[in-house]
Write a protein that binds this ligand. Structure first.
Ligand code: MRU
Length: 346
């Protein structure tokens, strides 16, 4: 670690193929916005901040071949690329945050010739990536203060280096506490249906030499009842202004269990995950994915072919079940409209 999830190299975007992990570490190249759309949609790259970075580079890829020599024509191509990439996945706020940021960059540079604006857009995407690396380290530094020596932590899905530029959000706290010599242990939910915990989080923690144990998603209650979990730490895909958190399906069940067993429940996320335009979790669009993700395990059929399936990729945890949200600007305890208000000024 850190894992370089996505890079700009040889005039193209190179990213880790997360579908091949943990058995193979292979890379995929993206040369067009269409390539980028596909890798976001099929989870080759996933995790809210990583999707945001991919979206920023996707915007550049989408307009670099634009033949318009007027700003008006070029800006039309920018807007078309934005609308196109926005359809790749709906829930992670970071994607839309990055697309809007890239469109704004084009607009702010409207007085420059088109080739200069193109260069500025590439530079902006590289800044989005560089900022993410710094932001995640800051989240790690603030959040590690919540972790005590010898703690056992439960995490869900993958909010690690692979879900960001290279260091993670929830796992940033864990990496930092581990580096501080806190001798922590981590239980990793496998995270059905597509097993981001088993495939990605387990791989990252082992890579870092952290004591990690994989469990099935339905084992968390029993571990908490036995007093084996000191805290739960997860990431987020979108956070409403009242602190309601959309994250990987199964997060809400963990929050309910944590409240019942008096286990602190922490969310780690950058400011780019906050959506202050949405007042509460009910306003968050939850992606529904193909039923085949549930009928199969890693492509292997496990259910009758024609069984009906409901497959929401995310759920919403109400803010009153969240003990604190860790951001790059510090920790907000008991998230609410009031306690989160100071984050609006950044
Ligand atoms: O469907 P995914 O794998 O993109 O879902 C990822 C999650 O739910 C993560 O917990 C979230 O994006 C935070 S990543 C730092």
């Amino acid at each position: 670690m850190p894992v370089p999830t996505i890079e700009w190299k040889n005039n193209r975007v190179r990213l880790i193929d997360q579908k091949a992990l943990p058995h193979k570490l292979v890379f995929v190249d993206c040369l067009t916005a269409k390539d980028m759309f596909r890798v976001i949609q099929d989870l080759t790259i996933r995790g809210a901040p990583a999707i945001g970075i991919a979206g920023a580079f996707g915007m550049y890829l989408g307009v670099r071949a634009s033949t318009s020599d007027t700003f008006k024509g070029f800006f039309n191509d920018v807007k078309k690329t934005e609308s196109y990439l926005a359809l790749s996945r709906p829930t992670a706020r970071n994607l839309f945050w990055a697309l809007e940021r890239m469109k704004r960059t084009a607009w702010q540079n409207r007085r420059h010739p088109v080739p200069v604006i193109k260069k500025k857009l590439l530079a902006e995407a590289e800044t989005v990536l560089a900022e993410d690396k710094a932001v995640c380290r800051s989240i790690g530094r603030f959040g590690a203060a919540l972790i005590k020596k010898g703690d056992t932590i439960l995490t869900h899905c993958n909010a690690g280096g692979l879900a960001t530029g290279d260091f993670g959000t929830a796992l940033a706290l864990i990496f930092t506490a581990h580096a501080e010599g806190k001798r922590i242990k981590v239980f990793v939910d496998e995270t059905r249906p597509v097993l981001q915990g088993a495939r990605l989080t387990a791989w990252e923690l082992m890579h870092e030499g952290i004591d990690a144990t994989l469990i099935c998603d339905n084992m968390a209650a029993s571990l908490m009842a036995q007093g084996k979990i000191d805290k739960v730490i997860v990431g987020a895909d979108r956070i409403a202004s009242n602190g309601d958190v959309a994250n990987k399906i199964g997060t809400y069940s963990l929050a309910v269990l944590a409240a019942f067993h008096h286990v602190p429940f922490y969310v780690a996320a950058p400011l780019s995950t906050f959506d202050f335009k949405i007042t509460a979790g009910q306003g968050i669009v939850i992606e529904e994915r193909s039923g085949d993700e549930v009928r199969t395990v890693m492509g292997y059929p496990v259910a009758p072919k024609k069984i009906k399936v409901y497959n929401p990729a995310f759920d919403v945890t109400p803010h009153y079940l969240v003990s604190a949200i860790v951001t790059e600007k510090g920790i907000v305890r008991k998230p609410s409209v009031k306690t989160l208000a100071r984050l609006r000024s950044y």
